[in-house]
Write a protein that binds this ligand. Structure first.
Ligand code: ARG
Length: 565
């Protein structure tokens, strides 16, 4: 049952407002000692023509008998504070979790609405480096969160698979590459070729011309150029799919930049027809002076299209294909301007759905040994970081629980989980510095800590499976240790909604971390299994629900929850 609604119904008569209005006034106090709900009476002063404290007193007096679920009401200045019956509340919440199981906190509020999520969006023949972890992991979490709320998520990997760099790569391959080295070395071999091209081009500028010529051949459909281009693309996708498998990340579409080659002209024509294109040194641009932005470049002076031209065509394609409710771009904040321009141009073209597109920006990722740069090849491959994290986890497992079954799989779940957790443990926009020792610390605010707490709860449940089924005595859950858990479980659905609203998976990270902390406090302070069967049953129900909610949270973030650790 919904206490807020019930309370609103009760307050409707004495205030003379309808339950809906009351419900929108009711607040949840920041601190449990101030009650479970509060009515700020100053918001009623106008209708009731009284000072807030007087209103609070009057409303208080209007209750002569309280319903069973309401324990007491207190007047605090202009506020009326309501304290729920903890026993009843605990019983209700635990029953909700047990009824909904793994679906607790889910809803169908997004039914019929498509959310396009553009994430990971890697560049072909470029390293999948640690900087891509955020977009991949944030996007994948949002994908799950929206689906959980009944939306239909569409995950798009908008591949960077077009541009003169592919001509350069072909030129480098033709000069210094050989099939086997590239086939074996994959992205790393391609990167070596690319770096070599730039080094040699400094001495021999004519190489640049050769690179451009090869790219022209790709554009013109020359069969040799195209087959090399497709080979590079296949190699890259084959390699990154291994990483996506380990991260358990999926996409519904890999339509990238080259997919829009034949879809730009109509948009360019429309820009022209709407008088939005301007000449600027031979190039065609949309002037955005009036919005304090530099012009958005649509066509270069040689007629070539740009990243923005492709994104423009892409936005129209997505609107046509998915009729999106939101089209979200999970891309580093460095591309702020690009997306502001893109959205503005679509708005200027007269499409009100421009407002449904958003840039979900995030900060930089680096390792403790310094930031990364792709240019000079000093780059931290994500693959290496993942491998290192799993290796370190294995060592920890060997030390802590050498007899664990399924060590390989568990080490992967923990090592990968630690990386995901750490990526999702702060507001997106904050920069992240990875320190493997810190993120793998089982006692800190880390993925392993939360996973471990979950496994610990399951181990308590395993011990309890043989106990007889009796009616639980929920009274024992009114103690602060247990009730803190109940509250966090009760607030979890709201947290999921807020995470979706703000595109901030870290709300969920924070919530399940608090839940894990509350659980551990309970675990250390209170004896769970004792001689009192009814009390034990209630505590077990609590442990079960806490484990379920932690697991749901981890899964929404894309983190596996091993049963034993
Ligand atoms: N490939 C781009 C990059 O690595 C990101 C693409 C983002 N998506 C988009 N539709 N522009 O910077």
């Amino acid at each position: 049952m919904n206490y807020k609604e019930q309370l609103a119904n009760l307050l409707s008569l004495p205030t003379g407002l309808d339950a809906q209005q009351i419900s929108s006034l009711l607040e949840v106090p920041p601190d449990m000692t101030m009650g479970d709900f509060a009515l700020p009476c100053f918001k009623l002063a106008k209708q009731m023509r009284k000072a807030p404290p007087a209103i609070a007193k009057q409303l208080y007096a209007s209750f002569d008998k309280l319903p069973a679920w309401l324990e007491r009401i207190e007047v605090a200045g202009g506020y009326l504070n309501f304290f729920l019956s903890r026993t009843q509340f605990a019983c209700d919440i635990l029953n909700q979790v047990s009824a909904k199981g793994e679906q607790y906190g889910s809803s169908d509020e997004g039914r019929g609405r498509n959310i396009v999520l553009d994430y990971s969006s890697i560049n072909i023949a470029k390293p999948f480096h640690i900087g891509h972890l955020s977009t991949t992991v944030i996007g994948s979490a949002l994908y799950k969160i929206f689906n959980f709320l009944g939306y239909h998520s569409i995950g798009v990997n908008h591949l960077g698979d077009w541009g003169t760099q592919f001509g350069k790569l072909i030129s480098a391959y033709k000069r210094w590459g050989d099939h086997d080295t590239v086939e074996k070395g994959s992205i790393r071999a391609l990167l070596d070729l690319y770096v070599r091209f730039h080094e040699e081009a400094e001495k021999n500028p004519s190489l640049e011309e050769e690179g451009r010529a090869w790219f022209k051949k790709i554009e013109d459909g020359d069969s040799e150029a195209l087959s090399l281009f497709h080979w590079f693309k296949d190699l890259t996708l084959r390699e990154v799919s291994k990483i996506y498998d380990i991260l358990d990340v999926h996409f519904d579409s890999y339509a990238g930049e080259s997919f829009y080659n034949d879809k730009m002209q109509p948009v360019i024509d429309e820009l022209e027809a709407k008088g939005l294109l301007e000449e600027s040194n031979g190039a065609k641009v949309v002037n955005l002076d009036a919005y304090d932005m530099p012009p958005c470049l649509i066509l270069k002076s040689d007629g070539a299209t740009l990243y923005a031209t492709r994104d423009l065509a892409c936005a129209f394609y997505r609107k046509r294909t998915y009729d999106f409710y939101k089209n979200l771009y999970v891309v580093a904040y460095q591309q702020n301007l690009h997306f502001k321009q893109l959205f503005k141009v679509i708005e200027l073209m007269g499409y009100d759905w421009a407002k449904d597109m958003e840039h979900v920006a995030f900060g930089m990722v680096s390792m403790t040994d310094g930031t990364l740069s792709t240019r000079k090849g000093r780059v931290v491959f994500l693959e290496d970081v993942i491998a290192a994290s799993i290796e370190k986890t294995k060592a920890i497992i060997e030390e802590k629980s050498p007899n664990l079954q399924d060590k390989e799989k568990t080490a992967q779940d923990i090592g990968v989980g630690a990386l995901i957790y750490s990526t999702l443990s702060n507001s997106r926009i904050k920069d992240i510095v990875f320190d493997l020792d810190r993120i793998l610390n089982f006692d800190g605010e880390t993925g392993p800590y939360v996973q471990y707490t979950h496994a610990r709860a399951l181990s308590v449940l395993r011990k309890a499976t043989s106990l007889p089924k009796v009616q639980p005595d929920y009274e024992v859950l009114t103690c602060p240790q247990a009730f803190a858990i109940i509250k966090l479980i009760a607030e979890f659905p709201q947290t999921i909604r807020r995470a979706a609203e703000k595109y901030e998976p870290f709300f969920i990270t924070r919530h399940i971390t608090s839940l894990a902390q509350a659980f551990n406090k309970f675990y250390y302070d209170i004896r769970i299994l004792d001689d009192n069967a009814a009390a034990t049953a209630a505590r077990i129900a609590l442990v079960d629900s806490a484990a379920t909610v932690i697991r749901i949270g981890l899964n929404l973030l894309g983190i596996h929850a091993p049963e034993r650790m």
